[in-house]
Design a protein around this ligand. Structure first.
Ligand SMILES: [Zn+2]
Length: 247
């Protein structure tokens, strides 16, 4: 039998049949990979505990003609706090949904795998909103769809102070170029500094996350508008976050 082993993070799960699950893995070796796990929702199944969303695992798969099958899975790390707290669950789901929607299967992206394994402990221990936004910002940067946050996309000037930003034009616009840009919105200096800090954030830095909550909310609103404009639909995790915030 043709088997192979991967190290992976469980990016998404979809139940089918009585006790089966389609598991979307983000692997260190091959990028995103979908595989079937038969019987894994039965509590007696040895796969049951390992194939839960957000787990960091090793898995052995069998090649299939259409889809691979997960034969064995072992937990490297799991994050209880993410399922015990609705806000953490919502923000972790947000980052995972963005990564899932914006990656193609079997395109190796080691940076994204490492980003997910770095973000998980932060999402479960630190401010989950900030951790998810840092993760999403850094993911967009490596996927090459990031807006330019620091330089004017029209004239290339390094921004000083307040400016404008345009989703259509691909990022920041200096005040001299505003008339030439399409659909600009305000881009205050504080928001720019928030994005710059998130992009350069080092996950090993364990000091307290120092962000102004007003700027973080502004960054979230802005960033989600941008993600929506790329993906073309609303994200399920956003609806979930809005529902828990209204309670
Ligand atoms: Zn300019």
């Amino acid at each position: 039998m043709d088997t192979f082993t991967v190290e992976a993070v469980v990016l998404r799960t979809d139940d089918f049949g009585d006790a089966n699950r389609v598991v979307t893995l983000f692997t260190r070796e091959f990028g995103k990979l979908e595989a079937n796990a038969y019987g894994c929702r039965r509590s007696r199944s040895p796969l049951c505990g390992a194939l839960q969303m957000f787990n960091h695992i090793t898995a052995t798969l069998v090649h299939g003609t259409k889809v691979d099958t997960i034969r064995e899975a072992d937990i490297i790390n799991f994050y209880d706090a993410l399922t015990a707290d609705l806000e953490r669950l919502g923000y972790a789901s947000l980052l995972f949904e963005i990564v899932n929607r914006m990656t193609l299967p079997r395109q190796s992206e080691l940076e994204t795998f490492e980003l997910l394994t770095n973000a998980l402990p932060a999402l479960s221990r630190r401010n989950p909103q900030i951790a998810a936004l840092i993760g999403a910002c850094q993911f967009m940067e490596t996927s090459g769809v990031q807006l330019n946050f620091s330089r004017c996309v029209h004239c290339g000037a390094e921004l000083v102070g307040d400016a404008a930003i345009s989703l259509i034009d691909g990022g920041a616009v200096c005040l001299d170029c505003v008339d030439a840009a399409q659909d600009c919105r305000p881009y205050p200096e504080g928001l720019r500094r928030t994005f710059e800090t998130m992009l350069s954030f080092d996950w090993r830095d364990d000091t307290k996350l120092m962000f102004n909550s007003r700027q973080v909310n502004a960054a979230e609103n802005f960033f989600l508008d941008y993600v929506r404009s790329i993906i073309g639909t609303n994200l399920k995790s956003i609806e979930f976050l809005q529902a828990i915030q209204m309670r």
